[in-house]
Ligand binder design. Structure first.
Ligand SMILES: *Cc1c(COP(=O)(O)O)cnc(C)c1O
Length: 379
């Protein structure tokens, strides 16, 4: 028996996702990639509406990319930033977004500043409000960080940022697919996500939402012949919808697989998924907390399906290795991925277990037992 607790890493796609991808690859081998794509044109086009439904946006506010990071980078690159501007990040910031922010602010003479966390571990809304002024052009927020069970208060952050006209870029990579993430409810200007994690889609897929109002402000630069038309020897005309952020080439099989994953999530219902994931994560946290020598490291008032812990006297990699030997898949999150939060909490690494709804409650209990087994005797 294997117990899969890594949906925050790369989840297990359901049958219809795999079937869709494989069937399309076979079709490409029969008729070629162009014709195969043409046969699925209506489905591909309908995909914008499907993701719009999932993320509370309009179809023309949706773009597809090859990863959450690519979605984030193309949007961030389009945010106008000049000397003296301020960019706010939170302590949960992921290295993949912190690095481009640090490099670009330095390059243009802007500054990146960290909003502290409140005692519960989420972004401190009072501190944020105090830091906001009209020089703040962007607030970057990680909705659910990669290294703890936190869910940041995205709606409150967006509302505060909009008071001073700042854009809000929400990295929802760890929340899309496990809880309702809706642009119309959260108010974020840009939302980025991946297919491979909680959505149970194929690797190499990403989604991007750019709200209409934000699109007026953004200046997309990483634009190819799909996002713009070469209308005269020295003239180009950009698309006006979010697809300006896409590039022409894409894996059609993976896109179709991603759409199957979105349909699957919508059919189950994001509220139901959130409840079922929350039940499993809560049970896992409670079980682990009761084990001697094991410390649950999750923070925040609202919790996601990510459960993190450390074991006294045992490296996280060793816990992972021992659990793998007993059929339990977990992963390790190290300080460089979320440097600010890990440094503040004096952690170098945590074991991360992320149970999706397809993990049985009995499997959660068995995983707790096995963690107890592999961590006993090393204290
Ligand atoms: C995984 C992750 C990303 C990046 O996702 P990719 O699929 O690697 O692009 C971004 N933000 C957070 C919080 C993540 O956990």
């Amino acid at each position: 028996m294997t117990i899969f607790l890594d949906s925050a890493g790369s989840s297990l796609p359901p049958r219809e996702v795999v079937d869709e991808v494989v069937a399309h690859l076979r079709r490409e081998a029969e008729v070629g990639g162009y014709l195969a794509a043409q046969e699925r044109e209506a489905d591909l086009e309908a995909g914008y509406g499907l993701v719009a439904e999932l993320l509370g946006a309009r179809p023309d506010e949706v773009a597809f990319t090859d990863s959450a990071t690519r979605s984030w980078l193309t949007a961030f690159d389009a945010v106008p930033l000049a000397e003296g501007d301020r960019v706010l990040i939170s302590e949960a910031e992921y290295a993949g977004t912190a690095i481009p922010i640090l490099r670009r602010t330095r390059e243009v003479g802007a500054v990146a500043e960290v909003v502290p966390s409140d005692p519960r571990g989420q972004v401190d809304l009072d501190a944020l409000t105090a830091m906001l002024d009209e020089r703040v052009k962007l607030v970057s927020l990680t909705h659910a960080p990669t290294n703890s069970g936190l869910v940041n208060p995205a709606r409150e952050v967006a509302a505060a940022a909009h008071e001073v006209g700042a854009l809000v870029l929400l990295d929802a990579c760890q929340s899309i697919g496990q809880l309702p993430v809706r642009a119309d409810e959260l108010g974020a200007d840009v939302i980025t996500g991946t297919g491979r994690k909680w959505l149970r889609g194929p690797r190499g897929t990403g989604v991007l939402v750019v709200r209409r109002a934000a699109a007026e402000v953004l200046r997309p630069r990483l634009v190819d012949l799909h996002g713009a038309r070469w209308t005269g020897p020295g003239e180009v005309r950009l698309r006006e919808d979010a697809r300006v952020h896409e590039v022409w080439e894409t894996s059609v099989a993976d896109r179709l697989g991603l759409l199957a994953a979105v349909r699957h999530a919508l059919a189950k219902g994001l509220d139901v998924i959130e409840r079922e994931v929350g039940e499993r994560a809560g049970r896992l946290r409670d079980g682990l907390s009761a084990l001697p020598g094991v410390t649950v490291r999750d923070i925040g008032e609202r919790r996601s399906g990510i459960v993190t812990f450390t074991a006294d006297g045992l490296a996280a990699d060793e816990v992972k290795r021992r659990l793998a030997g007993r059929g339990v898949t977990v992963t390790v999150s190290g300080a460089p991925s979320t440097l600010l939060d890990m440094t503040r909490r004096g952690l170098t690494e945590v074991v991360r277990a992320s149970p999706h709804y397809f993990v049985g409650l009995d499997e959660v209990d068995r995983a707790v037992e096995l963690v107890g087994e592999v961590t006993a005797g090393d204290r």
